[in-house]
Design a protein around this ligand. Structure first.
Ligand code: GTP
Ligand code: MG
Length: 295
């Protein structure tokens, strides 16, 4: 039998569990997740291998109506991924049952691409089974989905069934990436994202959305098993800088400690993490700043 492969875009409204699902598929965390919407800002490749197949997943930012430049660029990159893949995996959660505007937009895009599309209804651990069947029925009337699979990305229920549904739709093709490669993102990117995730968990209101993180330097001392990381947290105003630092530096310390512990776990190294906070005025609405910060 020939080798099977394909690119699969994971798309959907914000906060439905797309990144959680990517991590579940890979059995390893490469994409950050949080209870706040608009967590993912870049497309992230995650590569899954079996002896006879390779699935290249693309996690994307949630598609939503927006005016801000940052969010527009996020939505653009999510939509663009539809044109670049072989299969579309649309993730929704029960709350979208009322066919939100976001979902309508996505379904319209799906119809236009005419590519194989599978819907995963996520977070079934939160709902009663009786509510699920009518939902599946109403979605199956949409006629642009090849299959609908209820799952819990967080706990794993249904994820193997979903993987099999995807595998059935792969085509004979090459191994696009070496089997030991997990993602296309650099260590700098992954570390900056971990720091950003901790900001999403620790801070409130506009602060997560006004923050961006860049790793400035990364040095590994293998003799001492030590990774030294210098990273900058960019915010948009001086008042936000104060909030990120917190009273007596308590906030930045908490963000730093949480990030360091996770980086240590992932890289199996001791980590020395130094965080700086800088103001880059209105970076989220400046094309130049967005480009510089990787968006
Ligand atoms: N109960 C439950 N929670 C889940 C499940 N999957 C994801 N979540 C939670 O839902 C929240 C959003 O998850 P993400 O994976 O960040 O969602 P996303 O779709 O990538 O979000 P954006 O990147 O903002 O578009 C997090 O708090 C997850 O822990 C699930 O199956 N069950
Ligand atoms: Mg995400």
């Amino acid at each position: 039998m020939s080798f099977l492969s394909g690119f699969i875009a994971i798309i959907g409204p914000p906060n439905v569990g797309k990144s959680t699902l990517l991590n579940r598929f890979l059995g390893q965390k490469i994409a950050i997740t949080s209870p706040k919407p608009q967590t993912t800002r870049n497309r992230i490749l995650g590569i899954y291998n079996e002896d006879d197949c390779q699935m290249v997943f693309i996690d994307t930012p949630g598609i939503h109506q927006t005016r801000s430049l940052l969010h527009k660029s996020m939505v653009r990159s999510a939509k663009a991924s539809l044109g670049e893949v072989d299969i579309i995996l649309l993730v929704v959660e029960l709350e979208e049952a009322g066919h939100s505007d976001e979902l309508d937009t996505i379904l319209r895009l799906l119809k236009k691409t005419a590519k194989p599309a599978i819907m995963a209804i996520n977070k079934i651990d939160l709902i009663k089974k009786e509510r699920l069947l009518p939902l599946i029925e109403s979605y199956s009337k949409l006629h642009c989905l090849d299959s609908i699979v209820p799952i819990s990305a967080l706990y794993g229920d249904g994820v193997e069934t979903l993987r099999e549904e995807l595998k059935k739709r792969l085509s004979p093709g090459p191994q696009f990436f070496p089997p030991d490669m997990l993602t296309d993102k650099s260590e700098e990117f992954l570390i900056a994202e971990i720091i950003r995730e901790k900001i999403y968990y620790e801070t409130r209101e506009e602060l997560p959305y006004s923050s961006a993180v860049m790793v400035e330097s990364l040095e590994e001392d293998s003799a001492r098993n030590l990774l030294t990381v210098m990273a900058v947290i960019y915010v948009e105003k001086a008042s936000q800088k104060g909030m990120i630092i917190g009273k007596n530096g308590r906030m930045i310390k908490r963000i730093g400690t949480n990030a360091r512990m996770e980086i240590e776990r992932i890289f199996s190294l001791k980590v020395y993490l130094e965080l700086f906070v800088k103001v880059e005025k209105k970076w989220s609405s400046s094309t130049r700043s967005l480009r510089r910060l990787g968006y």
